[in-house]
Write a protein that binds this ligand. Structure first.
Ligand SMILES: C[S@@+](CC[C@H](N)C(=O)[O-])C[C@H]1O[C@@H](n2cnc3c(N)ncnc32)[C@H](O)[C@@H]1O
Length: 318
């Protein structure tokens, strides 16, 4: 955060919009509407990652519960916790069998989604102690709550791809630091594949991803009470960056945009055709990811892919 600017959105705007290229943190895509749109994206025909990761979790959740013997699961960026239900069922069954309690700690920036999914989970999993935490998983003082037994931190959905190389190394280091030796880290990551399929997954025919991306303009407009900023003035752009193995989502100005931000006492000007970077989604190969985890002090014990080999689930031990 910039010193003197206490509103985190304002701080990120000041740090990002005047940068070259203008860039905003991906987390600002996820207000209540953004979270709903992302949930819709996960069911689109082009968006294979959710279906593939679900396929792996369906096959492996019981094994993950048996290997980790965890009594607490912290999920970073839990969203609607839909796929997590497969893990929760497996952990709940084990805990029930052994006569102990299992605790689930979903953590997300999207408070409304967090609260509503926790309320539904409490009904569906009455035996699990559900403790939602509203927070930012990039925070350096990230806490995985203490537990009488082993803990597993879970990071699904390929969200790890939203970090650039430097931020990813810092994040893995933070996670490893928050875990004790013997705890586990379960990571879902999307694998490098055919460019056409990758781009289509971020530029669906129905235009839901375009709405999701443009929603960031609405978050800025309402959060900072701007003048002259309209979502309709931006096009959604998704393209593959072959050098950095990542999909990049941009918002491209359709016309010259002039925005006044009275609470910051600033004017932001963007020429027609100029782009703002809103999300990166890095794609991985297995070996590189295992090396990165090992560098952070997390040793890979298991890897699983779906039948098509599209998505990778990695279990690593601290
Ligand atoms: C790609 S979605 C994945 C959601 C879910 N885990 C899944 O696999 O479908 C990313 C999730 O992380 C949350 N998120 C994004 N940035 C975050 C941050 N810095 N701190 C905490 N949560 C964040 C979003 O609100 C969203 O729920």
């Amino acid at each position: 955060m910039i010193t003197g600017i206490e509103d985190p959105l304002a701080a990120d705007v000041v740090a990002g919009l005047w940068a070259d290229p203008p860039t905003l943190p991906t987390k600002w895509l996820y207000d209540e509407r953004g979270s709903r749109l992302f949930d819709e994206i996960t069911r689109l025909p082009e968006y294979y990652p959710t279906r593939r990761e679900t396929e792996i979790l369906e096959a492996r959740s019981a094994e993950i519960a048996a290997v980790t013997e965890a009594s607490t699961m912290v999920e970073l960026g839990s969203g609607t916790s839909t796929k997590t239900r497969l893990l929760l069922s497996a952990f709940a069954e084990r805990a029930d069998h052994e006569g102990r309690t299992f605790r689930y700690v979903p953590l997300d920036v999207s408070t409304e989604t967090l609260e509503s999914s926790a309320a539904t989970l409490r009904v569906d999993f009455p035996g699990i102690d559900i403790v939602p935490v509203a927070g930012d998983f990039t925070s350096a003082d990230l806490i995985v709550p203490p537990s009488s037994g082993p803990r597993v931190a879970v990071f699904l959905g390929g969200t790890i791809g939203n970090f650039d190389d430097e931020a990813r190394a810092a994040f893995l280091h933070t996670i490893a630091g928050a875990l004790d030796p013997g705890d586990y880290f379960l990571l879902g990551a999307d694998l490098i594949k055919d460019t056409g399929r990758l781009v289509a997954a971020y530029n669906d025919k129905a235009g839901v991803t375009a709405d999701f991306n443009r929603n960031m303009i609405e978050v800025l407009r309402t959060g900072l009470d701007t003048r002259g900023l309209y979502a309709d003035d931006f096009d959604h752009v998704a393209r593959w960056n072959p050098k950095r193995h990542r999909i990049e989502m941009w918002l491209r100005a359709r016309r010259d945009v002039v925005v006044d931000i009275p609470i910051l006492d600033r004017r932001w000007e963007l020429a027609a055709g100029t782009e703002v970077l809103t999300e990166i989604s890095t794609k991985f190969d297995r070996a590189t990811l295992a090396d990165e985890l090992a560098t952070a002090g997390l040793d890979v014990t298991h890897t699983w892919t779906d039948d098509a080999g599209d998505f990778l689930l990695t279990l690593a031990r601290r």
